[in-house]
Design a protein around this ligand. Structure first.
Ligand code: BEZ
Length: 251
């Protein structure tokens, strides 16, 4: 999926992506000095956390906007432009790390991406990642689907949210041994009065292609009202995130 990101907005309002990703870093137990690729590094915030843990890091992302922000904030880290589905590194690495990226990759491109990761790793290399798992944002997408229908449009969830079983199968077919897997709910506070509307505007792009600007606003307003009861508490919005967190090793 090709998306033009607003790097400023991403940093200011969606900073939880970095904060929640920080404990994922703990799953990596490579020795200090190991070469680690942050796949889909975005603005480089977690690449920096990995570096602080003593790894030799490198970030790869397809978004020129986010890469420019990453390079500006972390001048001495090497950031590369590339596509997670199809990348080749000059040298293999000891670990590949990725947070909140793989749900953006279409189901039919997932195996290609896993093969690229496999090729990028040294034998024994670790692959640690987290992304949206089965049931992620189910309430949000159900509300959007109802509103799209009311306005006469069809809605398709524009993300890939697999179960543990489905993803473990893909990893094993790509040659990995799965050593850790968990699917867990993680309600996530959204930091603004218009938190849910901002979230929808930031992340739900392709379903709105072909929707008129007036209908788009009506759909967002309607979805926000539908979501107020389950996802707003005392003026604070929460998104119904479900994370799939896994670790696998290249045998
Ligand atoms: C996620 O991190 O699960 C996610 C973020 C934005 C859109 C879809 C999923």
């Amino acid at each position: 999926m090709n998306i033009t990101w607003d790097a400023d907005l991403y940093e200011k309002k969606f900073d939880y992506i970095r904060r929640y990703g920080a404990d994922l870093v703990e799953l990596l137990d490579a020795p200090a000095g190991s070469a680690v690729l942050d796949l889909g590094c975005g603005n480089g915030a977690l690449t920096e956390v990995l570096r602080e843990r003593g790894y030799r890091v490198m970030g790869l992302d397809s978004s020129p906007e986010l890469l420019a922000a990453a390079q500006k904030n972390h001048e001495d880290i090497r950031f590369l432009r590339g596509d997670a589905r199809d990348f080749v590194l000059d040298d293999t690495v000891d670990a590949v790390f990725s947070n909140a990226v793989f749900h953006w990759i279409d189901r039919e491109d997932q195996d290609k991406m896993l093969n690229s990761v496999f090729q990028a790793l040294k034998p024994g290399g670790q692959f640690v990642f987290e992304f949206g798992g089965h049931g992620n944002n189910a309430l949000i997408h159900a509300a959007l689907e109802k509103e799209f229908r009311q306005f006469g449009y069809e809605y398709h969830i524009p993300f890939y949210f697999p179960t543990i079983g489905e993803y473990a199968g893909r990893l094993e077919r790509a040659g990995f041994k799965v050593t850790y897997a968990i699917l867990f709910p993680r309600p996530t506070e959204l930091f603004s009065d218009s938190g849910m509307a901002d979230w929808i505007r930031m992340f739900v792009k392709t379903p709105f292609l072909g929707v008129t600007p007036e209908d788009r606003e009506g759909i967002i307003e309607g979805a926000v009202e539908r979501l107020r009861y389950p996802l707003e508490q005392d003026g604070t919005w929460y998104a119904d995130y479900v994370r799939l967190r896994m670790k696998a090793v290249k045998e």
